[in-house]
Ligand binder design. Structure first.
Ligand SMILES: Nc1ncnc2c1ncn2[C@@H]1O[C@H](COP(=O)(O)OP(=O)(O)OP(=O)(O)O)[C@@H](O)[C@H]1O
Ligand SMILES: [Mg+2]
Length: 313
């Protein structure tokens, strides 16, 4: 059995178990820990085929980000760590919770590869894309938690980029107002990353918001301007871990173009949610990408459950 099949059959197995016992809604358990499974997907996956979203899946809904977000003089934001802890996000303030432990496990292999020697033509390992098959599987939750978890380490700095430009939610999840960001840089040659990047009260964490809403947002992700931008990021911040919260792979064709620039991919799989078929299709989309990992999210139904559920591929 290939590693994909093993991972997918585990997911199917979990799903079967879950159907026996009805799952509690995620919103009712905001602090329910993640995941905790990170498995490396195989380098070779079956040939890529165009994938269309199942009709039952909600289509992209524009978020409340205004078309032109205000220019701000200060590029410093205060993360409300207590609020973050309260909604189930990783913070240093929260102590050693199971969630913090989960992300320690998840980040370890990603960090190991982030600064490993690169072969010719290999993408920078410090560029990590967090994606999933469909909306709502936990990309933003995992991106923020991964960023926080890595930023809490003494010797790593992190840049969290909201590249889910059609449905940005990093700032909203963090309780921060809209701010210029990635879209503005892509649309305005004169704008520099430093003009829009937000420093935070977590000294080792900066955020690049998605920026102004634009009807061409998704298409811009696959543009030459975006390739140039990612190349620039890689050159400018070779010592930083750069995490891209990204659109779902099976709803747009652009997400896999973004994936092609990344040194590592974390594919979020929602326990009891993502189907085996969706995982396989996503892995096909990621064919040719280096270092594809699976994060098995929402594995625990109740916060505070101390039983760990780690799987390694
Ligand atoms: N491990 C988890 N435990 C509890 N709640 C979770 C977990 N992961 C995600 N959630 C919750 O599930 C919901 C969807 O998560 P999130 O917004 O991260 O998904 P997403 O994949 O980024 O969605 P979208 O595609 O719409 O951007 C949120 O309410 C989030 O707080
Ligand atoms: Mg999201």
């Amino acid at each position: 059995m290939s590693i994909i099949e093993k991972a997918a059959s585990r997911i199917e197995h979990k799903k079967g178990e879950a159907q026996d016992a009805p799952a509690a809604p995620a919103a009712a358990h905001p602090a329910a820990p993640v995941a905790a499974a990170i498995a490396e997907a195989p380098a070779a996956v079956p040939a890529a085929a165009p994938v269309h979203a199942p009709t039952a899946v909600p289509t992209a809904v524009p978020t409340a980000v205004p078309t032109a977000v205000p220019r701000r003089t200060s590029n410093h934001v205060e993360l409300d760590l207590e609020r973050m802890h309260g909604i189930g996000l990783v913070t240093a303030a929260g102590g050693r919770t199971t969630l913090v432990e989960d992300f320690r496990i998840i980040k370890r292999p990603l960090l190991k590869r982030a600064f490993a020697a690169r072969g010719p033509g290999e993408k920078p390992g410090n560029l990590i894309m967090v994606t999933s098959s469909l909306p709502g599987e936990g990309k933003t939750f995992c991106s923020i938690n991964l960023a926080m978890s890595i930023a809490m380490e003494l010797d790593h700095t992190v840049l969290l980029i909201d590249a889910d430009v059609a449905r940005p939610s990093v700032l909203r999840t963090l309780g921060l107002p809209a701010h210029r960001g990635l879209m503005d840089i892509l649309l305005d040659d004169k704008l520099d990353m430093a003009d829009v990047m937000l420093r935070t009260n977590v000294n080792t964490l900066s955020i690049l918001p998605a920026g102004s809403n634009n009807p061409r947002a998704t298409e811009l992700l696959a543009s030459q301007a975006m390739s140039t931008f990612v190349y620039e990021i890689a050159n400018r911040y070779p010592d930083r871990i750069v995490i891209f919260d990204s659109p779902p792979l099976l709803l747009t064709s652009e997400a896999h173009v973004l994936a092609s620039h990344m040194g590592q991919i974390a594919l979020v799989v929602e326990a009891e949610g993502t189907t085996q078929h969706a995982v396989k299709e996503s892995l096909r989309q990621l064919e040719g990408c280096s270092n594809v990992n699976l994060i098995y999210n929402k594995t625990r139904e109740f916060p505070g459950t101390e039983t760990y559920d780690y799987h390694y591929g």
